[in-house]
Design a protein around this ligand. Sequence first.
Ligand code: ZN
Ligand code: ZN
Length: 189
Amino acid sequence: MHDQRNQDQGPDKPEQRQAALPADITDGAAESETVVFVCATCGVPLTGPLTLLPGVPEAPYYAWWDADEPGPSPATVPSGCYAIETEPYGGPLVVAQAPGPVMPRHGEHWNVEGKPLVSQGPRGNIVINPGDARGLRLQHASPACCGATPDGGMNQLCACGTLVATLCSDCCLPYELHLSADHVRAVRP
Ligand SMILES: [Zn+2]
Ligand SMILES: [Zn+2]
């Protein structure tokens, strides 16, 4: 009986999108959404208190080619917030039949032979403002000009030496930090 209704949603609807919606049914729901992300290996806090957004915002428009000095664009996610990424993100990048996004909120990507690349990276990353991260150290996993790129996968080390996140901070890319859902835990502040 319920099958009919479920089919209306279509097979491609990502379940994470529904799970990411804030529950505003009860009073104080917004407060109960506030969490701190900690390293799943050692338990050290990796962020301040963060509040869930209904989805990842559009990256702010930024004319990086006109900037006086190279540097990161304005951050995609406002400080104090986090959002769940439903698309695959970052490395490994694989050759595809047709060009597609290599990372959300960014254009196409081609290898040195001119073949289009797409992301086969993880889904479900926790996207935060890089300024809200605590105690992470950059270990480049792919070539970059002035910042870091997600093309090689995770590039952020916890103090315990575990890779836990991916920083995207090169001048022509969306400015974001993606915590790996498999390597962090959300706790009450
Ligand atoms: Zn750790
Ligand atoms: Zn740059």
